[in-house]
Ligand binder design. Structure first.
Ligand code: GDP
Ligand code: MG
Length: 218
């Protein structure tokens, strides 16, 4: 059992360096659930030492880890946030407030802090995909739900099948099809607290993400 009101799913692939910073910033009432995706840097031990619950998911991919975490959650409300320290868990209570005010899902819109490294190809990809989400799917968002809060059973009920980087995008497409009320609010986006980027920081990661996005949205 978690003792928190909200389970915070943290998909992790080698985030031992950044994770302590993220876990230390967890507001009270938010119980971290680290999903360790074949890390080789001791991520699971670091998480346990910091008091987080840990589940292992051997199938690779961001979506695999997120899905495993939501399934393992034992609270009505679940949050998902990156484990690299670029997003601040202190922004989670605001999203939960939106949910409690009637939203089916509350999502963050990244707003860069002064020192962030946010590659142009990542920004452009996000902008293009969100334009498509707004015009084709009527989903009023400007970011691809990098941080989100929703009810566990409802999210599982949407039946998202992507298990890689396309997961958050498919979630938004399915939420639109299900007529969900999705509320977006600004959240701070800063540099990683440590470790290495797996997605937008490299050409390989960016190409994979772009292909995953295209599969979902085309
Ligand atoms: N489980 C799992 N998590 C991943 C994978 N790729 C990225 N992540 C996690 O997703 C979050 C965002 O990835 P990150 O490397 O920061 O991507 P960036 O923000 O585009 O540089 C981090 O918490 C990563 O550990 C993956 O293949 N499997
Ligand atoms: Mg990141």
């Amino acid at each position: 059992m978690t003792d928190g009101r909200v389970t915070v799913v943290l998909p992790c692939m080698n985030e031992a360096d950044a994770l302590p910073v993220v876990l230390a910033a967890m507001p009270s009432g938010f119980a971290p659930l680290v999903v360790d995706n074949n890390s080789t840097d001791g991520t699971a031990d670091v998480a346990r030492r910091a008091g987080a619950r840990v589940v292992a998911e051997s199938r690779p991919g961001y979506g695999s880890a997120v899905h495993a975490g939501i399934e393992a959650a034992d609270t009505e409300i679940v949050a998902v946030i990156d484990a690299d320290g670029s997003l601040n868990p202190a922004d989670l209570p605001g999203l939960v407030a939106d949910l409690e005010a009637g939203a089916d899902m509350a999502v963050g819109r990244r707003r860069a802090t002064a020192d962030v490294r946010w590659p142009w190809h990542a920004r452009l990809g996000t902008a293009a995909v969100c334009w498509r989400l707004r015009t084709r799917h009527g989903m009023p968002v400007h970011d691809i739900a990098p941080m989100r809060v929703a009810r566990r059973d409802a999210v599982l009920g949407l039946g998202v099948v992507d298990r890689r980087s396309g997961y958050p995008l498919e979630l938004l497409v399915r939420a639109a099809a299900a007529d969900w009320k999705v509320v977006e609010r600004d959240v701070a986006y800063g540099p990683r607290a440590g470790g290495k980027s797996k997605v937008s920081g490299s050409v390989r990661g960016s190409v994979h993400a772009a292909l995953d996005f295209w599969r979902v949205i085309s």
